[in-house]
Design a protein around this ligand. Structure first.
Ligand SMILES: Nc1nc2c(ncn2[C@@H]2O[C@H](COP(=O)(O)OP(=O)(O)OP(=O)(O)O)[C@@H](O)[C@H]2O)c(=O)[nH]1
Ligand SMILES: [Zn+2]
Length: 338
């Protein structure tokens, strides 16, 4: 505790508060709580997956204002039977491994966690109809790198256009990619994508019309039915969800082989919270070249004496890679559509 409270710290002078609630250390430890994972959130009600059953739950008081998001591993007490009308209580959120965040808008400094505990961000983009929008792809990549998530480009509608033009833009960044085709002749082979998804929790993002629903339904044939059941319980009564939604990927032997989180509601990535320092950490080879940068250098194009320029001049850095990194850096400040 040394050094934590200076004599100027107002907490030091704080009057003893009357304690109407138990202190943290006196709170029950919920030894009887059980583990569950948050599948979706709807108006303060959480659908959890607990031992293979769907259980409705609400937050308990001790959690206070702490958010609970899709993907969270939680501990629950109360009625965990999952029976009609039953409601369990979430008493603890297990520490998150990753958080995908957005600012509500580029001018809004409030960060919001969209989903947690995902290790891969799948950017779903159609190769045509609608035309790819590289700027949106860049912004999604920035969000992924900032969150410490591995990015994956999933290029859909391969029957309509060749992926080469788009891929040339991302090659120097080393972003992995797969193409899919779910319409037309020879449609339906998702082997490569499944391989990329196996054993991980992947968030799927993409703007309207790129074929994300088609893809989710092909990966999880039960998806529509499952979302429908939950909506029936929550009274939403629709067969689509507007909240992020966690689905287990069925494996060949019937056992789950990974998780996907569909995000039908996400139409924009505010990136105002992303710090250049966090972005460049996703590129260790470039990061290494910024050690001699002036203090506060953002490593952008107009920075004087940026180590990246020196490295390019000295032939130690790949020009395309530096330029691509700088394009991402600039995309951070672009308008927040999508
Ligand atoms: N040509 C072609 N069309 C496809 C393919 N995959 C999906 N589509 C079509 O693209 C359109 C949009 O697909 P959706 O799956 O509804 O797209 P989405 O991304 O979920 O869009 P929203 O529901 O608006 O969020 C539909 O008409 C699909 O049939 C494909 O591989 N090739
Ligand atoms: Zn720099």
């Amino acid at each position: 505790m040394t050094g934590r409270y200076s004599e100027h710290d107002h907490e030091h002078y704080e009057r003893p508060r009357r304690r109407t609630r138990p202190r943290t250390k006196d709170r029950p430890t919920y030894a009887d709580a059980v583990d569950a994972r948050v599948v979706t959130v709807d108006r303060g009600r959480f659908t959890l997956l607990l031992d293979g059953r769907r259980v409705m739950a609400m937050k308990s008081r001790p959690l206070g204002r702490k958010g609970v998001v899709v993907g969270d591993h939680v501990r629950v007490v109360g009625d965990t039977s999952g029976a009609d009308g039953s409601l369990a209580r979430i008493v603890e959120v297990v520490e998150r491994t990753t958080t995908l965040r957005r600012t509500a808008d580029d001018d809004d400094p409030v960060e919001r966690v969209i989903v947690s505990n995902a290790d891969q961000l799948v950017v779903v983009t159609a190769l045509a109809d609608p035309e790819p929008r590289p700027r949106l792809i860049d912004r999604a990549l920035v969000a992924a790198y900032d969150a410490g998530m591995a990015p994956l480009l999933c290029l859909t509608k391969a029957d309509l256009a060749d992926p080469e033009t788009l891929l040339s833009t991302y090659r120097s960044l080393g972003v992995p990619w797969v193409v899919t085709q779910l319409k037309g002749e020879g449609a339906g082979d998702l082997t490569e994508l499944r391989e990329r998804l196996r054993g991980r929790t992947s968030v799927l993002v993409g703007h309207s019309g790129v074929g994300k629903s088609t893809l989710v339904n092909a990966l999880v044939p039960d998806a529509g039915r499952e979302v429908g059941i939950v909506n029936a319980v929550t009274g939403r009564g629709r067969h689509t969800s507007t909240s992020a939604y966690l689905l287990e990927l069925p494996g060949e032997d019937g056992r789950g082989e990974g998780w996907i989180i569909d995000t039908p509601g996400i139409r924009s990535f505010g990136l105002a919270h992303v710090q250049p320092e966090n972005l460049i950490e996703a590129f260790p080879d470039l990061d290494e070249m910024t050690e001699s940068c002036p203090r506060g250098c953002t490593h952008g194009t107009d920075e004087p004496e940026c180590g990246l320029d020196e490295a390019v001049e000295a032939g130690e850095a790949d020009v395309d890679r530096v330029e691509s990194f700088r394009r991402l850096l600039a995309a951070r400040e672009a308008s927040s559509d999508w």
